[in-house]
Design a protein around this ligand. Structure first.
Ligand code: PLP
Length: 282
């Protein structure tokens, strides 16, 4: 397995990270996960643009262009002969003696990327998943795809321990997002999801689904919705790079609608698959 460390391709077993890398010590960095279908990246530009947006928000310079990153990742897919899976990429502020304040601007950020084989989640996309509710206790810059994921990890762990796939997070009465996904509800034929502000990560899959709605005359609205709305929803689904569009069939032990995948969620899945084929072939 080849991995990328600072622009170089190295064998995974040879890759080394310094103990004073700020990503390791502080979570001082950002990341992206990009889907690979049929040996090609899906929505790569959108992911790389978001990476640059995240970097600006934490005042970190990325010493590559989007094109350079795209070329490196494409080369990584080829070297590892990856057909279906994911690329994980992270950039930290670099290596410097431990100090909360940012180091001088001349240190080099640390870039790491590697690939993983992963099939599409066909079973959960068909059957749906169970969820719990969890108070969203995270910080107020959830729009940054930051390495600091403890709040998300604790939410996900709580779900797993309850025998569920995901935790639906809420700030008081308002539903924000999952621990690793965005949440949408469908009521009377309309798709409703939290607006893209500082309280959620603006998921690339979320954006793709809204684009699909727009292009296929499926009504949608980006507006905060409540726990009550969630309870009364006809359909609920989550979106994310690895989970694609996954129906939620249970919340806190209560069935959503009939307890199986809803017709609009199903239609969105089919349209999403067409998008994958358009970009990556079949
Ligand atoms: N929200 C959170 C907290 C996430 O970690 C993710 C990442 O998978 C998402 C939403 C979905 O984003 P995307 O569709 O870009 O993968």
């Amino acid at each position: 397995q080849s991995v990328i460390v600072n622009g170089e391709f190295v064998e995974r077993s040879k890759a080394k990270i310094d103990i004073e890398d700020r990503g390791y010590q502080f979570g001082d960095g950002i990341y992206e996960v990009i889907r690979v279908y049929n040996g090609k990246m899906f929505t790569a530009t959108e992911h790389l643009e978001r990476l640059f947006e995240s970097s600006k928000k934490i005042r970190m310079q990325i010493p590559y262009t989007i094109n350079e990153l795209n070329q490196m990742l494409t080369e990584l897919i080829t070297r590892n002969d990856l057909t279906i899976g994911t690329i994980y990429m992270q950039i930290t502020r670099g290596i410097s003696p431990r100090n909360h304040a940012f180091p001088a601007a001349d240190i080099q950020p640390t870039l790491v990327a590697y690939t993983k084989e992963a099939a599409r989640p066909v079973e959960t996309m068909r059957a749906g998943v169970k969820t719990i509710l969890n108070e969203d206790i995270r910080w107020l810059l959830c729009d940054i795809k930051s390495l600091n994921l403890l709040g998300n990890l604790m939410a996900k762990q709580k779900a797993v321990e309850a025998g569920c796939f995901e935790a639906i997070q809420h700030r008081d009465e308002i539903v924000t997002e999952g621990s690793l996904s965005n949440i949408s509800i469908i009521k009377n034929g309309k798709v409703i999801t939290h607006p893209a502000n500082h309280l959620i990560l603006n998921g690339i899959t979320r954006q793709k689904v809204l684009e699909i709605c727009q292009n296929n005359n499926i009504p949608f609205e980006e507006i905060p919705f409540t726990l009550e709305d969630l309870k009364n929803a006809d359909e609920i689904f989550l979106t994310g790079t690895t989970v694609e569009i996954t129906p939620i069939v249970e919340v806190e032990g209560e069935k959503v609608g009939s307890g199986t995948i809803g017709s609009i969620t199903n239609k969105l899945q089919q349209l999403f698959e067409k998008e994958i084929e358009k970009q990556c072939g079949r």
